[in-house]
Design a protein. Structure first.
Length: 341
């Protein structure tokens, strides 16, 4: 069998570990051949591919990003996109696809499977918000990067008696904010799932200063004030209809300074959370996903996604994986609220 592999959506640490595992086991155990499609769904859409053999995956386990490139291309938003993909993979002799991505990439994978193109999915999102899997690779690395940043910002905040707002990724789910905030000892954690009262946040900040400590506020990019709206970087939409978020950290720091009279600074971690080498946990999880993904493809389990349930890797329908986002539940957020103020 000749299998095409692609990575779609935002990059994150661990993608190369998946590619490596798929090819190593696919070639060594099953004797399959592989083609790497460049830049997500743009690759099969435009027949842009590269060789993907054993020599091509040497030394990529520890590398961040993806050797295949990525994009947010949506073939179903392009006239004749489905037929172009179908014609191109036939011309290349590709029998099936392994798609590594988040809700958007796997949503396309689900539709392609329904339209007769065999696809197996691998979950990828640093936000850890895909349903049907306990964790996704890249999340642990993002949390570690954010936690280290919080640790460093704590010391400079204390030296200058400032409040520091740390903006992390998280459009609709606040898992990175929750985990890094708890690990870094943040005094307030704000997530998209719970609109926040800016007055209450300011009160937490005042209380922290009264105790002679410098407050740290961790906020997910998609967090919103009560009766407010998302802070948008721009009004532009990507191919999947998402607006570009960003700016809540700056807004929050300005409001805290205005309401408390204490100097406040905002730090936006942004894409630094995506870059660099993956943690050991993410390397192992991504490798296991890759090994089980090629097993699923070899077995002809099309329309499924590999998922982590407990410590086991299982197969779930793509429909189940993309049905709804996994968001921070109220009881998990309540655990963090004990440390606010």
């Amino acid at each position: 069998m000749r299998i095409g592999v692609l990575t779609g959506g935002g990059d994150c640490p661990g993608l190369n570990a998946v590619i490596r595992a798929v090819v190593r086991k696919g070639v060594g155990t099953y004797g399959h051949e592989f083609v790497g499609f460049r830049d997500g769904w743009r690759g099969p859409l435009e027949s842009d591919s590269r060789p993907l053999g054993l020599a091509d995956i040497e030394g990529i386990l520890t590398r961040g990003g993806t050797i295949l490139g990525s994009s947010r291309t949506n073939p179903y938003k392009i006239d004749g996109g489905l037929e172009r993909i179908r014609e191109n993979i036939v011309a290349l002799g590709v029998d099936a696809l392994i798609a590594i991505g988040g809700e958007d990439t796997l949503g396309v994978a689900k539709r392609l499977t329904d339209d007769g193109i065999p696809v197996v999915g691998v979950p990828k999102t640093i936000d850890n918000d895909l349903g049907a899997t306990d964790y996704t690779f890249g999340f642990d690395t993002a949390v570690m990067i954010a936690t280290e940043a919080i640790d460093r910002l704590q010391t400079t905040a204390e030296s200058h008696h400032r409040a520091v707002v740390v903006e992390v990724m998280g459009r609709h789910a606040g898992w990175i904010a929750l985990h890094s905030g708890l690990a870094g000892g943040a005094n307030v954690i704000l997530v998209p799932e719970r609109p926040f009262d800016i007055g209450q946040v300011a009160e937490h900040v005042r209380h922290r200063f009264e105790q002679q400590y410098a407050p740290i506020i961790v906020v997910a990019e998609g967090a919103v004030p009560t009766d407010g709206a998302e802070v948008l970087h721009s009004g532009e939409l990507d191919a999947f209809g998402h607006v570009r978020l960003g700016g809540i950290g700056q807004w929050l720091a300005a409001e805290i300074e205005r309401r408390t009279g204490r100097e406040s600074r905002a730090v936006v971690l942004g894409h630094v959370q995506r870059g660099g080498t993956p943690t050991a946990y993410d390397r192992v999880l991504a490798t296991r996903f890759g090994l089980h993904a090629i097993d699923a493809a070899h077995d002809g389990a099309w329309g499924t996604m590999v998922a982590l349930v407990g410590t086991d890797i299982v197969r779930v329908p793509l429909e189940e994986a993309t049905r709804e986002l996994k968001t921070v539940p109220a009881d998990r957020y309540a655990e963090a609220e004990v440390f606010f103020g």
